[in-house]
Ligand binder design. Structure first.
Ligand code: OFO
Length: 164
């Protein structure tokens, strides 16, 4: 049986993960609207990953006899000033998520929940990867500085992201 405090904190994190999915789906729509299909594809893949993150926590609660609570998902922003601004917002969001995951690790230690602690190690590693991949794209965007050719090149690269 999962400790109540942990159950509640994971329920809140499920909401954070589904909000992340919503945010990246909104970004995907924004990129479609400015004719950058490769960027839109990358963000759509990110949306699918966030749904998986949410579901991984969902299964953990169900497997341990916990009660799943699906809270209302906040409406995400719809537009950004530029592709760079959208990716900067994504990085800021991922840093926030990293903070939430680390707080969950602290809680798992506090309540001595080994199972949650083990599950959370996967998320700790995943956050390192997520922040690094968004940072790399920001660096590319800063390098091309919004030039037409450069943006098309980055769009082509992002369009090659594999899903699943
Ligand atoms: Fe983007 O890692 Fe989950 O939220």
């Amino acid at each position: 049986m999962i400790p109540k405090k942990m159950e509640e904190a994971i329920n809140k994190q499920i909401n954070e993960e589904f909000y992340s999915a919503y945010l990246y789906l909104a970004m995907s729509g924004y990129f479609e609207s400015v004719d950058l299909p490769g960027f839109a594809h990358w963000m759509h893949a990110q949306y699918l990953e966030e749904m998986e993150h949410g579901m991984k926590f969902w299964h953990h609660l169900v497997d341990r006899g916990g009660t799943v609570k699906l809270y209302a998902i906040q409406e995400p922003q719809r537009e950004w000033d530029s592709p760079l601004a959208a990716f900067q917002a994504a990085l800021e969001h991922e840093r926030h998520i990293t903070g939430r995951i680390h707080a969950l690790v602290d809680l798992a230690e506090e309540v001595k929940d080994r199972a949650a602690y083990n599950l959370l190690q996967w998320y700790v590693d995943e956050q390192v990867e997520e922040e690094a991949s968004v940072e790399a794209i920001i660096a590319r965007l800063e390098m091309v500085g919004g030039s037409g050719n450069g943006m098309l090149m980055v769009d082509r690269e992002l369009g090659q992201r594999q899903t699943g």
